[in-house]
Design a protein around this ligand. Structure first.
Ligand code: ATP
Length: 411
């Protein structure tokens, strides 16, 4: 294989904490390997539409502790067609890019596999997704920070619900992301600690959800206590295979990729409980806050994203292609991890779900083993850079911005 001269880097799919750390590590490591670096905006869309810029060491200064991705991200239907990928390849050639680093989830890596096989391009992937649903890696960069946010928010919701004295009994239902895999939802269980009793119930999409059984369980719990907090995955389904969110009004909405929009599960259940049991209910959908809450980033997560980014360039320089750099857990206590290179063709097409043995028998809570798996990943903190009382973000046009001085470039 010819020696790489220019490497392109892109972030794709849903935003995930740690993407900036990975971009920085990729760029700096590539420069130290004497590669030129090109930043590709908005994932595969930027490749198809030729939004590609030179990247220098200073372009990735000051970004590790910031949320979002300076390259922005997107979902691109055109890249899923042979014509779209041909355009992407032509643009790569225009910029002399001879290898790609892609940072994203399952879809991003599937696209990379397809692209690499059609055009014989060295591609190395970084599994950056809060969903944590990729095979081959102990966990995905992005997941630890999202889990930390979910556990923290659950604690806050419980404290709020317990602290306020309502006249009526009170049921709170929190909806967490996860279409088919309940990693994020299960993380709510980490809130159970010395100072918090944790949620009463946790429902993952791995176990069929019995709507009538849920109402009955709430009814029985309300006989013993006044305040209940339940956490549900957005993707919980009935035994017949229907998403609970499909029962809500307007549920027929699908996105450009034909996926049912996952929203409204908590709101449907809250209304149902209110009408059946006559108690006060509240639905809380964490929605995009789960992936956007950079103020709650886990240091372990962000540091691992950085390590994976560096290892990606080493792998590319050694001639690896069609691989992703994954995380191995070396030990739990003290927590230690390392990276290795994993053939993307070995990734099964289906998502990695929470093992049934990590969910209790009744299907309404996660086990200690699940919590022991997640707990090390949320440790440590990255304090955001605060300006005028608010975290400083990077949502500005990069070409007009100087990251080193953190100011707009003078015209
Ligand atoms: P997340 O887990 O955060 O959703 P993801 O990488 O799984 O991230 P997707 O939207 O599934 O997000 O995929 C990102 C992009 O990858 C898609 O918009 C599309 O451009 C590309 N992609 C996905 N699947 C394929 C495929 N089969 N062939 C070519 N490209 C694909």
């Amino acid at each position: 294989m010819a020696k790489i001269k220019t490497i392109g880097v892109l972030t794709s799919g849903g935003d995930a904490p740690g993407m900036n750390a990975a971009i920085r590590a990729v760029t700096r490591a590539a420069i130290s390997h004497e590669f030129n670096v090109k930043g590709i905006y908005r994932g595969y869309r930027g490749l198809v539409e030729n939004e590609i810029v030179d990247f220098h060491a200073e372009d990735v200064s000051n970004i590790i502790h910031r949320g979002g991705t300076i390259l922005r991200t997107a979902r691109c239907k055109e890249f899923m067609t042979p014509e779209g990928r041909q355009k992407a390849y032509d643009n790569m050639r225009k910029h002399d890019i001879d290898a790609l680093v892609v940072i994203g989830g399952d879809g991003t890596l599937t696209g990379a596999k397809q692209f690499a096989s059609e055009f014989d391009i060295p591609i190395v992937g970084i599994p950056g997704t809060i969903d944590n649903d990729l095979y081959g890696t102990d966990h995905c960069p992005g997941f630890g920070s999202a889990a930390k946010y979910i556990a923290t928010s659950t604690k806050e919701i419980i404290r709020d619900a317990m602290g306020f004295s309502y006249k009526k009994k009170n049921v709170n239902i929190i909806e967490v992301m996860g279409r088919n895999a309940g990693w994020l939802t299960g993380a709510a269980g980490l809130s159970r600690s010395e100072d918090c009793e944790g949620p009463d119930l946790i429902y993952l999409p791995e176990v069929a959800f019995d709507i009538a059984g849920f109402v009955q369980t709430i009814k029985e719990l309300l006989e013993k206590k006044d305040v209940i907090v339940a956490v549900v995955s957005e993707g919980i389904k009935t035994p017949e295979g229907k998403y609970v969110c499909e029962y809500t009004a307007g549920s027929s909405t699908t996105d450009a990729f034909g996926h049912i929009q996952m929203t409204g599960t908590a709101s449907y259940l809250a209304q149902l409980v209110q009408s059946e049991l006559g108690c006060k209910t509240r639905a809380i959908e964490l929605s995009t806050l789960q992936r956007a809450a950079a103020h709650m980033a886990s240091r372990v997560d962000v540091d691992e994203a950085f390590s994976v980014g560096g290892a990606t360039i080493k792998a590319a320089d050694e001639g690896s292609s069609g691989v992703m750099v994954v995380i191995d857990r070396v030990s739990d206590d003290p927590y230690q991890s390392t990276t290795h290179v994993f053939d993307v063709h070995r990734i099964a097409n289906d998502e990695k779900v929470v093992p049934r043995k990590w969910i209790n028998k009744a299907g309404n809570y996660v086990t200690e083993e699940f919590l022991d798996y997640v707990r090390p990943l949320i440790q440590g903190h990255y304090t955001p850079m605060m300006v005028e009382g608010l975290p400083r973000h990077l949502n500005v046009n990069m070409k007009d911005y100087d990251w080193v001085t953190d100011t707009k470039k003078k015209k």
